[in-house]
Design a protein around this ligand. Structure first.
Ligand SMILES: Nc1ncnc2c1ncn2[C@@H]1O[C@H](COP(=O)(O)OP(=O)(O)O)[C@@H](O)[C@H]1O
Ligand SMILES: [Mg+2]
Length: 198
């Protein structure tokens, strides 16, 4: 299976999402490669920090390895309509992370007008904790606009920053919220597996 992660705004958890989807696929579904197609090479540097603790293979976007069951691609930020259509064509599903903020939502809703809705699914990320209702409100707004959105949302946890620094996925971090955080990406993985197999 090929899963492509793309977003219209930087800093919305695109690389974090690619890393955790790859972690899910590697632990539950088979040999997984994550291709870092972004110019900043965040995933490659992250994997260098983590070394052997990284549960999947990482390569760059130019020389994609072919020895995998599943491929996850972290794309360069801000794809054009044309890029997006091409990415959708070559992957089982496009995952579009988006924070529940007006700028990110506007960028996402405004850009996704031409892509068939069965080719992608929006994932709300860095969702503020309760009592904030921003996550639910954003989910409603996206649904109202007719856009497909993951049922599971990814909340904001400082465990992700620890994981980023250590070069490992959040399920390898010692943090009171690490397992809660991991459960959310695991739920995304399960949802994605169902949708993308169709
Ligand atoms: N759910 C989250 N909770 C808290 N911090 C997060 C979360 N997701 C990502 N981050 C942090 O936000 C920053 C941007 O995330 P990143 O995945 O690098 O975004 P992008 O690839 O879209 O630029 C990173 O420091 C990352 O660790
Ligand atoms: Mg990134």
């Amino acid at each position: 299976m090929i899963i492509t992660v793309a977003s219209f705004k930087g800093g919305v958890g695109k690389s974090t999402t690619a890393i955790h989807i790859a972690t899910y696929l590697a632990s539950k579904r088979g040999k997984t490669v994550l291709a870092d197609g972004d110019l900043n090479r965040s995933v490659i540097q992250w994997a260098e920090r983590g070394g052997k603790s990284v549960p999947f293979l990482v390569c760059d976007g130019e020389s994609i390895r072919t020895d995998y069951d599943h491929l996850v691609i972290d794309t360069a930020a801000r794809p054009t309509d044309y890029d997006l259509a091409a990415l959708a064509e070559t992957s089982n599903l496009l995952v579009i992370p988006c924070t529940p903020t007006t700028f990110a939502l506007e960028a996402t809703i405004g850009t996704l007008t031409t892509l068939p809705t069965d080719r992608y699914r929006i994932l709300l990320t860095v969702v503020p904790p309760k009592p904030s209702r921003e996550g639910e409100k954003a989910q409603q707004a996206l649904k109202k606009a007719g856009l497909p959105v993951f049922k599971s949302m990814i909340r904001r946890f400082s465990a992700y920053l620890k994981a980023e620094n250590a070069g490992v996925p959040v399920n390898q971090i010692r943090d009171p919220k690490a397992s809660e955080a991991w459960l959310e990406y695991e739920a995304v993985g399960k949802e994605l597996w169902k949708v993308a197999k169709k």
